[in-house]
Design a protein around this ligand. Structure first.
Ligand SMILES: C[S@@+](CC[C@H](N)C(=O)[O-])C[C@H]1O[C@@H](n2cnc3c(N)ncnc32)[C@H](O)[C@@H]1O
Length: 478
């Protein structure tokens, strides 16, 4: 399909579905030398940091699949996505778990409920009123909502994951119904699932102050290519619309990018994730720089006694690359490095970060540097999970230090006004408030002024980044 036709279709869809193209249309879907791979989204005007670029309306949103035996995790309501501790099947008979009548009767559930019911979902002898299999098939079933009418073209134009494997969601559906699927419906469901695999985003919603992770297909975002130094970040509003904002300055003619992976991971982990989940190798400026803008994120400390250098791959884009210490020039094979990584990973799993002194001592004795990926994981765990009011002074000050170091890392990685920056700023603000609560009465005017300055700066950062969900308690991130 012609680029003009794609742009018309996407923009028509957005204006019909309340995406608000007015004022947010400074981009075009394009191809050629401006984009890193095939079609991409390109700016048709300049954007400053924090500007909203588009408000995207989901074509499909669905909950994440559960283990097929139904153990270990709980479903969310298939309609409002609230957590369900005692799930019950829809009274309409589709066997999807829903909160109750009010969700079962919602207009957006009506068609899917009727469709699944006429396929005669199988019941189980254990008396469970909802079905894990039907729940896991929900993405496929929701694909049928775009089979008719003016949005069908999305099925043709959006990229599909190329795979010969059977589609999990459709197989789950077939296993859990008594009727045979219509061949055309089945084909559309398979196509939808392949489109979801290639293009879906993690949609995070706040339900009773819990963050619930869903899958969403967004027509503009589906054309956004990946970069490990993305120039956008996004949040979701109550209607599950995606609000994409500039995290870095963007100039007219420049590609608008997002990250499909965790920007805080080192190159080897990001590359592995992109290759297995999206089947491509990223060759962005960060991936080509073995030191990742001086952070040496992937490095392990040199294994040679008394050498203070760090070992990094000579070619960061090659999984089998030899690693080298720049200081003593020691060479290490990729297989050896993999063993070191595994050893460090096992060690890290056994450490409690909640005891700062012993944590730092272990890092020192095992010669692990503070920005290695495993340490970052543990540091973030401490930042998200620890409750400020139950930390002793040593732990509180340690948390403050970790937050500041993480903010510094985000800055060095050139991630701009990204979501992580907002979340850590919010945590740091809470830590500083807790310090003030404990010690304020002993502070002089100068200290109080510094405190007020820090608070207002952090508030400015996290509100501009998080906006839609600034009040979230991220101790609850699932
Ligand atoms: C969500 S789509 C992006 C739009 C896609 N370029 C298109 O033409 O439809 C994701 C796919 O785009 C390609 N892609 C995205 N970013 C890329 C990058 N940085 N390098 C290489 N391929 C990329 C990959 O094929 C990936 O699976």
């Amino acid at each position: 399909m012609e680029m003009n036709a794609i742009n018309d279709c996407v923009k028509n869809y957005l204006s019909h579905c309340g995406g608000g193209i007015k004022g947010y249309g400074g981009w075009t879907i394009s191809t050629g030398s401006e984009t890193v791979a095939g079609r991409g989204v390109v700016a048709t005007r300049d954007y400053s940091v924090g500007d909203v670029i588009f408000v995207d309306v989901p074509l499909i949103v669905s909950p994440r699949a559960l283990g097929t035996d139904g153990t270990g995790s709980w479903p969310v309501c298939a309609v409002c996505y609230s957590e369900m501790t005692t799930p019950t099947g829809c009274p309409g008979g589709c066997r999807l778990p829903v909160c109750g009548r009010q969700c079962a009767d919602r207009p957006e559930h009506r068609d899917e409920c009727r469709y699944v019911r006429q396929l005669r979902p199988k019941t189980k002898s254990d008396g469970q009123t909802w079905s894990v299999g039907i729940y896991n098939a929900i993405t496929a079933v929701r694909g049928l909502s775009i089979k008719d009418g003016k949005y069908r073209f999305f099925l043709d134009v959006l990229q599909k994951k190329s795979t010969d494997k059977l589609t999990f969601e459709v197989e789950e559906l077939k296993r859990n119904i008594s009727m045979e699927l219509d061949k055309e419906d089945e084909q559309i469901m398979v196509t939808t699932c392949k489109i979801m695999d290639a293009n879906c985003f993690e949609t995070i919603v706040n339900r009773s102050n819990k963050l619930i992770s869903l899958k969403g297909l967004y027509p503009v975002a589906a054309f956004m290519n990946h970069c490990c130094v993305p120039n956008t970040m996004h949040n979701f509003n109550e209607k599950l619309q995606m609000i994409a904002k500039a995290s870095l300055p963007i100039y007219k003619g420049q590609e608008i990018t997002t990250s499909y992976t965790y920007s805080i991971w080192p190159t080897s982990l990001r590359q592995n994730h992109l290759l297995t989940s999206k089947q491509f190798i990223c060759t962005c400026i960060r991936c080509c720089d073995t030191e990742e803008f001086g952070t040496k994120l992937a490095a392990l400390n040199c294994i040679v006694k008394n050498c203070e250098g760090r070992i990094l791959p000579i070619n960061p884009l090659d999984k089998k690359s030899i690693w080298q210490c720049k200081m003593c020039t020691k060479l290490v094979s990729s297989t050896e490095m993999l063993c070191f990584y595994k050893d460090v990973e096992t060690l890290m799993k056994s450490i409690s970060v909640f005891c700062p002194k012993s944590f730092e001592a272990i890092l020192k004795s095992f010669n692990i540097h503070k920005d290695s990926p495993f340490v970052i994981d543990l540091r973030l765990k401490f930042i998200w999970k620890s409750k400020n009011n139950s930390l002793n002074l040593e732990q509180l000050l340690y948390k403050e230090k970790l937050c500041m170091e993480m903010l510094d890392l985000v800055r060095k990685l050139r991630l701009g006004q990204c979501r992580l920056l907002g979340l850590i700023s919010l945590e740091l603000l809470k830590v500083i408030r807790e310090k003030a609560y404990r010690f304020r009465r002993n502070w002089n005017t100068k200290t109080l002024n510094v405190f007020e300055g820090q608070i207002s700066k952090l508030k400015e950062i996290y509100t501009s980044v998080l906006d839609e969900d600034a009040n979230l308690d991220n101790n609850n991130i699932q």
